[in-house]
Design a protein around this ligand. Sequence first.
Ligand code: GDP
Ligand code: MN
Length: 350
Amino acid sequence: STESKPIDTSHQSPVVSRPPELTPSGDRINATFVTLARNNDIWEIAKSIRQVEDRFNRNHHYDWVFLNDQPFDDTFKKITTSLVSGKTHYGLIPKDHWSYPEWIDQNKAKKVREDMKERKIIYGDSESYRHMCRYESGFFFRHELMLNYEYYWRVEPSIQLFCDISFDPFRYMKENNKKYSFVLSLYEYFETIPTLWDSVQKFASANPQHIAEDNSMGFLSDDGGKTYNKCHFWSNFEVGSLEWLRSDAYIDYFTSLDKDGGFFYERWGDAPVHSIAAGLLLKKEEIHFFNEIAYYHVPFTHCPTGEQTRLDLKCHCNPSDNFDWKGYSCTSRYFQINNIPKPEGYEKEE
Ligand code: GDP
Ligand code: MN
């Protein structure tokens, strides 16, 4: 953030400590943090930013893009600009990225919301949540503020980071040719996506050219693709390639799903939508699991496996909170299909 006004320091202690800059700014790659938020998310996103800065970005000064379907107010901009050590950008989402496409029957969508409210399906009655999921699935990477970047790191309000991040995840992605990454995975609520897999199958048979040969079908399906096992990467944390999301393969995939209407007639989440895309359009080895990035978003924790890793990175998470090897996590499956060993020490933490 830039501050041009002179600051009155007469009341401050003479020793103003600034952390040493470990990575010269010239070492950054072309990447940004990105947050979708409402003005009233300010204090929850402030907590998230403070932790991202303390554990990582104070040494790098990556930019941060904030997106909103309403204009950001001055408080939101002032607080976030003061916290982010890189440049901040604030974008308004164009109306046609956050509204009903013409092929959607809005009465039918309304009836679905009423029905899901009665069935107590999480966010089932929410119209804005559906616009949010559709936006994160198909549009954030095409916002004009995002177009100049190659990689993104999604940050939500109220998250926690429990360990130092002693390397640059953006650089890791670029140098190792990774396109998508995760720290937590789990099973989706079936009621929110009853026809998602049908829609995916329709897309896949019409677009075989977009399906990667060495894909992660084994992560998504237990019967060779006939049915979806509901495993998905939790998309409230993502470091990924914007160029992949802007590729013909991903855009054709999103466009095809969007035409089927499940963002409104069901309650498709961006997590299964991104995950299925990563699982089928990418080669297995293009998806990465960041054991070292310790993360919490209510109600799950990823605390790195391996005591030495946790000590080296000054972690403050309780290893017994780690979700990775518990029954409702899909992360073991990721290790199996990729034929890679689980991080050292996982047996002790099962
Ligand atoms: P959950 O994590 O699935 O419980 O959903 P969240 O409430 O955290 O929403 C996901 C992300 O979208 C967060 O970054 C929110 O700040 C953001 N978000 C959710 N709804 C809206 C909305 O109506 N407008 C805007 N601008 N952001 C939203
Ligand atoms: Mn959230």
